[in-house]
Design a protein around this ligand. Structure first.
Ligand SMILES: *Cc1c(COP(=O)(O)O)cnc(C)c1O
Length: 454
């Protein structure tokens, strides 16, 4: 299988190359040139365990990896999860089920991709002998999950930018209390979008990128998307056959990575009942699906901080299919959007998507409502999925984080603070972070000093 850039200006590459590059050299995102038809496999796959299913799925995409390496990478990644089913499906009512994606080491769904990505990087370094420098921006959970996935991996140095004071104290501790000497959490002045912009700028400097061996772990990395497709498939296979085509997946969304991963399955012969894009008050995507206007606003910090995003990177991948693979059109829209901060689509409709937006005042109310009606505790991101969800809708709700990760909100919801032993253990460790200006020059010289000390 080969991979092409959404902007049409990069040579096709194989899986390992697409994964170690992250962002394509022309600034676009990688997508597979074609999709396998999985419909013939589904009967056989219904009984597979999570890692087995993941392996079968990835065999179609990671065609340049040895089967045994691929299998090891996958089985090792999911051995770090604390639930035997990895992604258990928990019934809430007759029509609703929650797909719990928070049983990985950092208690958010991003572990699904990043535990695996760390192992793919190791394979890549073994193959090429070249060390990698991982650079990413995070609104909290990506950084924690990336750091956990890459901790102590030899040949990998990790630089993660995050907005100082705008991630939860526990998320910050997950990033800064690792004690690992290959990890540098950089607390920048500014927002997540500022951090992401700096990261994009540094990736845009091809000579810097080449000399440092930069790789991206943000959800622009194709391996992350594919790893996330697997839990949609796993959940779908667990629905009764008559429900599969009518059950919608409700997905708390920021960067559009998670929901895009699910939607990709519809291109592989899987009949799904649609996707609901559930945003918080930073609702650029909701407005897009509602009105066709893609309009950049200011990020307003919310109770669901991992979704405090205005520029949804992975939207570019959807755009590629919206324009039926016309990379020139993708280029045009992305440039216009970048220079003007807006784009209006005359007719933006993609079958299968609906959306919602949840304000901060509604989040504690939704948490309380779900608790009262179903005795189930959701974190503030997952709470957004319940906005306008009808009890008669057949739905799989993605629970993207463990409630103990965001304990502040529960007081407002009139509930006790949830806890987790994994997080409590962090309180005994001493944090180490590096405060830095968001200016790309400052970040560049920090990286150079660490990697190539004079
Ligand atoms: C990252 C994250 C999201 C948003 O995921 P996207 O892939 O950016 O849409 C939602 N909830 C939690 C808890 C997250 O960590």
């Amino acid at each position: 299988m080969q991979y092409l850039s959404t902007r049409g200006g990069a040579e096709p590459v194989l899986f390992s190359e697409a994964v170690s590059q992250g962002l394509a050299p022309d600034g676009g995102l990688y997508l597979p040139v074609s999709f396998p038809d999985l419909s013939d496999q589904l009967d056989r796959w219904t009984t597979l365990s999570y890692p087995e299913l993941c392996y079968e799925f990835f065999k179609y995409f990671a065609t340049d990896l040895e089967d045994s390496d691929l299998r090891d990478a996958i089985f090792k990644a999911y051995s770090n999860f604390s639930h035997s089913e990895i992604a258990p499906l928990v019934p809430l009512s007759e029509n609703w089920q929650v797909l719990e994606l928070f049983h990985g080491p950092t208690l958010a769904f991003k572990d699904f991709a990043l535990q695996l990505l760390g192992n793919f990087y190791e394979l890549q370094i073994r193959r090429t002998g070249r060390e990698l420098c991982v650079l990413g921006a995070t609104s909290g959970d990506t950084g924690a999950a990336a750091i956990s996935g890459l901790l102590g991996k030899s040949g990998v140095t990790v630089f993660i930018l995050y907005p100082d004071g705008k991630v939860s104290p526990l998320q910050e501790r997950q990033m800064t209390c690792t004690g690992a000497d290959n990890v540098f959490p950089l607390a920048i002045e500014g927002t997540f979008d500022d951090a992401q912009k700096t990261v994009k700028e540094l990736f845009g400097d091809l000579s810097f990128r080449e000399s440092m061996g930069l790789s991206a772990v943000n959800s622009i990395n194709l391996a992350r998307i594919l790893a996330q497709s697997v839990y949609y498939l796993y959940a779908w296979l667990r629905l009764s056959p008559k429900d599969r085509e009518v059950t919608q997946f409700v997905v708390p969304t920021g960067n559009f990575g998670n929901v895009f991963a699910g939607w990709l399955l519809t291109k592989m012969g899987i009949q799904m009942g649609g996707f609901r894009v559930a945003t918080n008050q930073n609702d650029v995507l909701h407005r897009l699906f509602d009105s066709g206007n893609y309009l950049l606003g200011d990020v307003s910090p919310s109770l669901a901080p991992s979704m405090d995003i205005q520029v949804a990177s992975n939207f570019e991948r959807l755009l590629f299919y919206f324009f039926e693979g016309n990379a020139e059109r993708v280029n045009e829209v992305m440039h216009k959007f970048r220079s003007e901060g807006r784009y209006s689509f005359e007719d933006f409709s993609i079958a299968g998507f609906s959306s919602s937006s949840t304000s901060d005042s509604e989040i504690p109310e939704l948490i309380q409502k779900v608790w009262t009606e179903h005795q189930y505790l959701v974190d503030p991101h997952t709470a957004c999925a319940f906005k306008n969800l009808s009890i008669t809708d057949r739905a799989v709700i993605l629970a993207t984080a463990h409630p103990a990760k965001f304990p502040q909100v529960f007081e407002q919801a009139g509930l006790g603070k949830p806890t987790s032993p994994v997080l409590d253990a962090l309180l005994d460790q001493s944090p180490q972070k590096y405060k830095i200006s968001v200016d790309s020059g400052a970040v560049r010289s920090f990286i150079e000093k660490k990697l190539k000390p004079a």
